[in-house]
Design a protein around this ligand. Structure first.
Ligand code: BGC
Length: 247
């Protein structure tokens, strides 16, 4: 058994956590989730939900967080789907102080990407790999021969007069009531654009909608391989725990 870390995935509507064995890349507890009903949730609401998850596991060790924003050296630098007041906040001064434990954080899509690269669909893959999380926003993780280039934020690339996540996130599919065909075509336009910019060898698609991959894969015409992410809803938590490896 490897080192155990509590991994926490901070999302737009909930904080989810689980105990992770870093060597196996597996969640060895059940997944526990506290919802944050307001959108965006206030800093206090997120910290309260976070503290409840930590308490649920009676956790006293290190904690890794996947946070939905640019996170550099444990400081949050942007806030598109979260309260703007997060900008400039240090993870240790906020999350760490709340529970009196050592806390490390990375961008949530980088977290999912690190987990998929180490233990899932990107395992051992050389070349350029792009993982996208298609959810409330679009998160991205870029790897070259297994090395992560963090905080790429491809969901914020200007595309079709907007930023890409306002064009083809899975939230947009719901809001605009797009069929899988309509949404799949939008996703394909976006993937073609990314392909033009980065010539990836592989796209890995994560987020809840990766479960429906068979329903839209026929609309994807990029040259690169496209695969649904393998670790499903565990990737965010396993990858969050891996944030402690970056200290
Ligand atoms: C944020 C990213 C995040 C993504 C997925 C985007 O709006 O800017 O940092 O990775 O949503 O949560």
């Amino acid at each position: 058994m490897g080192k155990k870390v509590l991994g926490l995935d901070v999302g737009a509507s909930a904080v989810k956590g689980g105990v992770v064995d870093l060597k196996k890349g597996e969640m060895i507890s059940e997944r526990f989730k506290i919802k944050t009903p307001n959108r965006p949730a206030s800093i206090e609401e997120v910290l309260e939900a976070f503290a409840k998850v930590v308490k649920h596991f009676d956790w006293k060790g290190e904690i890794g967080i996947g946070f939905p924003a640019i996170v550099q050296n444990n400081v949050i630098l942007t806030a598109s789907n979260v309260d703007k007041k997060w900008i400039g906040k240090n993870i240790q001064d906020t999350f760490g102080k709340k529970v009196g434990l050592k806390v490390y954080a990375v961008n949530d899509a980088d977290a999912a990407g690190m987990a998929e690269r180490a233990f899932g669909g990107g395992k051992g893959k050389k070349g350029t790999v792009i993982l996208l999380t298609l959810g409330s926003g679009i998160g991205s993780a870029l790897f070259r021969d297994g090395i992560l280039i963090p905080n790429t934020e491809f969901g914020h690339l200007k595309f079709k007069g907007e930023i890409a996540e306002k064009y083809c996130s899975s939230r947009v599919k719901d809001l605009e009531e797009l069929s899988f065909k309509e949404w799949g075509k939008r996703l394909n336009n976006y993937l073609l654009h990314l392909e033009l910019l980065f010539s990836p060898d592989l796209f890995l698609l994560g987020g809840g909608i990766s479960r429906d991959f068979p329903k839209y894969k026929k609309h994807l015409s990029v040259k690169a391989k496209v695969k649904p992410a393998q670790m499903r809803n565990v990737a965010g938590i396993v990858g969050a725990a891996m944030a402690v490896l970056q200290k």
